[in-house]
Design a binder for this molecule. Structure first.
Ligand SMILES: N=C(N)NCCCC(=O)O
Ligand SMILES: [Zn+2]
Ligand SMILES: [Zn+2]
Length: 322
């Protein structure tokens, strides 16, 4: 970039609760010449099997993101001063036609990425990971996937429907858009339909670090194992906020007891510094079930960490920054 990036509204001059919400009070995409990183919302929940409401997540996460500050001490980076980050608004998806909605997400995500902009998507239910993966695979080929979730999301169909929030990763394997040597779930737990769910998941190529594994092994060992599996492949990170314990994320559609803390999740994300990240999402926030914005705040921090990881990638290794 020749000119300085345009940063967020300065919260020491204009109270952070004033004015319309963009993510982290960043400029809108139409206010900057181009963005290195764009945050885009997908207000969609037509794919859910239980509680609806994730269509309201993009607005809630933007509201919760007003408190984010410009310097990330754990990663030693000021993302908004280093690269141009902007809010691309919401993708207008059809709530009555899931197939059309999936096409719209794929098309709009491809368009937004066409000049190399990296996307952090604030969802929406987990169905949208499929069109988002299609869009990154078009640019990068089959990608490694790090999938944080209480659930496998590799089931086959629900009520005969192929496109739901419980099935995106099976469809992605079938479509050949993910690298089956480097697929990992992190944080899974809770009852399944049967042992076969796990057998089929393994057959599709997924490795599993359960929520209990994270507890027993700790963050560092978890990060080491994940980094080894990913290597230098292009990596997509999909964060279903229900990976967190309901105490840390009550506002979600399919909550499961026994989950990770938000501290563990953020620490694992920070452990990904230096990997070849090409896209990320945070999905399944259902604000109507939230209390005191606990879930939206957690999701806003996840998005901020993803942006910071992208920034490190675009700006070179951490040690080389001043
Ligand atoms: N992707 C999420 N959050 N949940 C999938 C749960 C699917 C089920 O109802 O069995
Ligand atoms: Zn999920
Ligand atoms: Zn889930």
């Amino acid at each position: 970039m020749t000119t300085e990036p345009r940063g967020p509204v300065d919260s020491s001059r204009i109270p952070r609760y004033a004015g319309p919400a963009t993510f982290a009070r960043l400029p809108r995409l139409d206010e900057v010449p181009r963005a290195d990183i764009a945050v885009v919302g997908v207000p969609f929940d037509t794919g859910v099997s239980y509680r609806p409401g994730a269509r309201f997540a993009p607005a809630a996460v933007r509201e919760a993101s007003r408190l984010l500050r410009p310097y990330h001490p754990a990663l030693d980076v000021s993302p908004f001063a280093t690269v141009q980050v902007a809010d691309a608004g919401d993708i207008p998806v059809n709530p009555f036609d899931i197939n059309e909605a999936i096409e719209t997400v794929e098309h709009e995500a491809s368009r937004l990425q066409s000049d190399g902009t990296k996307l952090v998507t604030i969802g929406g239910d987990h169905t949208i990971a499929l069109p988002l993966l299609r869009a990154v695979a078009k640019r990068h080929g089959p990608v490694a996937v790090l999938h944080f979730d209480a659930h496998l999301d590799t089931w086959d169909t629900y009520f005969g429907a192929e496109y739901t929030h419980g099935t995106p990763f099976r469809r992605a394997v079938e479509e050949g858009i993910v690298d089956t040597e480097a697929l990992s779930h992190v944080g899974t737990r809770g009852p399944l339909y049967g042992k076969r769910d796990l057998e089929e998941d393994r057959r599709l190529g997924f490795g599993i670090v359960t929520s209990s594994d994270v507890l027993r092994r700790g963050v560092d060992e978890t990060v080491d194992a994940l980094r080894q599996r990913i290597g230098d492949r292009p990596l997509y990170v999909s964060v279903d906020i229900d990976v967190l314990d309901p105490a840390h994320a009550p506002g979600t559609g399919t909550p499961e007891a026994g989950g990770m803390t938000s501290r563990e999740l953020l620490e694992i994300l920070r452990g990904l510094a230096g990997l070849n990240l090409v896209g990320g999402d945070v999905v399944e926030v259902a604000p109507a079930y939230d209390h005191a914005d606990i879930t939206s705040v957690a999701a806003s921090h996840v998005a901020y960490d993803l942006i910071s990881l992208f920034t490190l990638d675009s700006a070179g290794p951490r040690e080389e920054q001043t």
